[in-house]
Design a protein around this ligand. Sequence first.
Ligand code: NAD
Length: 381
Amino acid sequence: MFCYIKNMLIGILKEIHPGETRCAFLPSSVDRLVKKGAQIAVEAGLGATIGVSDEEYKKAGASIDARTHILKNADIILRLRKPPLEEIAQLKKGCIHISFLDPFHEKSLVEELAKKYISALSMEMIPRTTRAQKMDALSSQANLAGYVMVILAAQRLPKIFPLLMTPAGTIQPARVFVIGAGVAGLQAIATAKRLGARVEAFDTRPVVKEQVQSLGAKFVEIDLGETGQTAGGYAKALTPEQLEKQRQGMAKVCAQSDVVITTAQLFGRKAPVVLTKDMVAQMKSGSIIVDMAVESGGNVEGSKVNEEITTANGVRIIGLANLPGLVAVHASQMYSANLHNLLEEYWDQDSKTFKLNTDDEIIKGALITHGGQIVNEQLKK
Ligand code: NAD
């Protein structure tokens, strides 16, 4: 089934979450869509956090408007973070809303979107398929987070990463252990390798071993029995016994490492605790842990959102949220490209509108609410 909206206005809102530095849409993306006949309104100051002026958006063909005007009049709203609950009432009934939504944890928000007949597309629900890669914002942001984690650790480690042979002696390369080698973990491995570290990695999905090795890192072998992955390519949750076995298998590697980076996630669920207090207590003083899962429950016992903690044995645990926000220019560039790729994929050149094809696999995967109902199968399950 197709949904067309005549003379469609696309509105882009400024991020209002405290500390958010990214911006959802860049002038280059505005330019692309305006050339296809789109009418675009951006909120005044949209690109201020990354040094992009309203003038640049105007030159690309957008109008500059107040937030209230965009909320009330836009047929498609684009933004990065989920909308605040109180803004749903201000949206135009039946509009299309595209952003991250965190739908598994935002029951009332999803219900409110349905009540207002909003067609809400959730960027984290875009299927991880080859055709959808160019719209995959989870990957684009995780990729940058992987890089940032290694840079944060390198800045704080009182050692250098590479092997150095000098007349004053030889410095051994830093040892980096990456736990969870999905998109972020693989980028962390690649970045640490580029800086000259000796890198080891572990993941519960057996297919990852080859990818880790192809980056020049060593895959830590731990026999957990049957693990596998879901049809969507995500890791399956381990049993408590398997998780305990994993921790035992990793404890020695952690104790020998200068940097431990954790990225283990279970889609739509709380992240597994892969590093316990006991394991941290066995690590060397001065070592650094970066817990990327800190916002989804934490991979490391004792890590805290937006805090850097030093343990009694001198290990620093970094729990910074929004790691892509630390490289906001590139994070915005990639998110903006994910959005314009999504709009272009379903753009109807004859009517010059975005065609919400609810039979399409990608739309079906990402559409949460539509026609006054919660329609997403995964969410309903
Ligand atoms: P994710 O963020 O859900 O999880 C990160 C990693 O943690 C995963 O590799 C997962 O296996 C691992 N993990 C889970 N529990 C663990 C544990 N107890 N110990 C160690 N590691 C654990 O994953 P992601 O980075 O978003 O990637 C998810 C999947 O999607 C991967 O298979 C990835 O290759 C795939 N993917 C496919 C495409 C595509 O084909 N278009 C694009 C992006 C990602």
